[in-house]
Write a protein that binds this ligand. Sequence first.
Ligand code: N01
Length: 575
Amino acid sequence: MHANPGQKSTETNSRVTEVDALVIGAGFSGLYQLLCLRDKLGLSVRLLEKGDGVGGTWYWNRYPGARCDSESHSYCYFFSKELLEEWEWSERYPQPPEIMRYLNHVADKFDLKRDIDFGTLVTAARYDEAANRWEVETDSGRRYRATYLITAVGCISSANIPDIKGLDSFKGEWYHTGQWPHEGVDFSGKRVGQIGTGSTGIQAAPVIAQTAAHLTVFQRTANYSVPARNAPLSDEFRKYVRENHDEIREIVQSTPNGHPFRISERKVFDIDPEQRQAVYDAAWEKGGLQFRAAFQDLLANKAANDTAADFLKDKIRSIVKDPETAEALADIDHPYAAKRPPIDTNYFETFNRDNVTLVNLRKEPIDCITPAGIKTRDQEYELDIIVFATGFDALTGTLLRLNIEGRDGLTLQQAWKSGPKTYLGLQIPGFPNLFTITGPGSPSVLCNMPVAIEQHVEWITDCIAYARENGNDRCEARPEAMEQWVEHVNEAANATLLPQVKHSWYLGANIPGKPRVFMPYAGGMARYRAICNEVAANAYKGFMMSGGKADKPEDPSAAQVSSFSAAAKTDSPGV
Ligand code: N01
């Protein structure tokens, strides 16, 4: 990519900034989108970011034990050879400070910060049809107008703080892991209660337990976890990474989950139980999300999945010494990896410490929070600090909070009242020129995020370039295309075990009142990429390009989007 200073934004008066494109969010997606629109297309761009620095999810999620579950050599951008060659990761799974250093390095290297307004929360966005401009309001009072509006707000960026009676009365401190204080929290000598045992809680508990006087973990749904086996990267591995960027890129871009390993072609019942045990033993020793790749059919066949589930439950029972605690931890009611599978460092071992207690909320649900702590049906647990590792209003929460209003006053809340519907996860009919990076209906959270993000950003950039080259300044998904895509998203999900877990945040089930819709695209990133390429190659089939010099009446035949069905066909599920 060549450096291009981009055009200057225009301030029509002191409070309205006029640009070609606005990007919301300065994480992996927003930074790269800014770079592409500004330096590849030469557009004037502003990026609006709520935080005071770049980093997105890593800016906010600085809780103890936080670590990326994707392996560092794949958790990065692949678009720049120079960037790949000049950056070296230190550990198998990077911690937030290292990822923040990386993203700051990227922002500085490509001179991105000059086009970012930090400390700027978008409060509303409205499409002005007559002008074909998005009008964006922010909490600073400053307003912006742009032709293109691109949300790069992340999938898990709206913290879910459960509405538990009495929280206001609590005399101690409380924190949500996704809004962690940047100065850290001192647990020494404190009685800590942690609610939540998802990927976050499983990372946090072992670290909190190291300094807290006592840690009480409140578990509602027991969860699987596989050891991460984190370690500093060896010289040999660093050399491999240095010398094989192209191969690593090829792997992450061609596998269903965007990770740097291939999913085995072997099925669970292709081999006998002893051989299977050996495969699981080896995968357990290797650690990480690769465990899921040990067999091809773990997420498509319940009987196959049961073999992995049994293996992992046995591991819990063998690690945790107290039988009652072990049973509560191993009492898992869903298939392995049908909810996002956590990986850990000493999670189950932590329950062997004298200063750690597990409370099984299935047996004694939380009644309320009191001034002194958490009261369950059976007893009151006195606490100095409560940690909510209770997850997020995922995929749609942050988008809906932007208060987006499209054509004819249609709000995103109205358009999605029965659950999110998009075309390719990228656009929504009625919202011209609004693009959603890793939006619902795209692989997003089922993929190693930077891999999904690069594909989205490049596709959006090419789409805008195509429209402009053809004299159009408006691009909008067609309703028929969206309906066909939604059908395909459902088909892809139903080919897996994922939608069967009724308490999964993939379905929105963690947020009271949220429509239960399976939100990510489970057909796999590689398949999704092929579909998007096909759509682009077919003159952006399913999108209406209009406005500008080349505006012309609509061609109704263009609504047919069967073009993606060829790429979508496959015998195996994508996850
Ligand atoms: O959130 P979660 P998370 N009372 O929703 C419990 C990504 N991530 O922050 O299962 C009691 O998974 C809830 O219980 P239940 C990753 O994609 C990535 O852990 O709903 N408990 C569950 O145990 C991940 O999947 C990394 O019954 C309540 C927990 O809180 C996603 O973020 C690291 C409750 C929430 O688990 C979210 O993970 C960490 C209540 N009222 C996370 N409400 C990487 O390394 C909720 N819970 C990249």
